[in-house]
Design a binder for this molecule. Sequence first.
Ligand code: HEM
Length: 163
Amino acid sequence: MILETQSGSPDRRQIIDGIVARTGIDEAMIERVVRTFYERARRDPLIGPIFEDKVHDWEGHIARLCTFWSSVALMSGRYHGQPMVAHLALPIDTPEFNRWLEIFAETVSEICPPPAVAHFLDRAHRIADSLEMGIAAQKGEIRRQRPRSERTMPRVREASHGD
Ligand code: HEM
């Protein structure tokens, strides 16, 4: 038998409730992470200027990124967009992605409990790898998945969840 899970259905609600119970992540935590991350990223000498050059409506960007992380971390389905398209023309490669991940890792480690840190960082790594690989492929180059270093994936691991 095939069970279909639709947006807003009891099945989806149960999945989200399970993630919230296991990690403590909710919309308020996501907003704190996103706001703190951008306060730091904007001031960073390497990646700050790239944001300042492109983002002119910061509240709009932050609201969009909150829906993005809600969809990624809580599977809420709130984000509708194309992150790859938004990054293809930006001057970013491995050093910029590494820095992005370091600032994100620092931010979630300060704000979130360990299961939430692991949940956020696992997803951030996967998405950063996929954006970096897509940008490189567009230039005819190949990138490997980055190693999960202590600086970008500190200490905690998401144990026994199997995802
Ligand atoms: C070197 C690293 C990165 C830089 C400098 C960067 C910069 C930017 C900039 C400037 C925009 C706005 C683009 C525009 O409005 O024209 C943007 C959008 C966005 N970024 Fe990044 N980004 C980076 C990495 C990432 C990563 C790793 C993620 C996810 C884990 C991410 C998620 C997003 C999302 C969801 C959007 C909104 C796309 C949309 O319009 O729907 N970014 N980024």
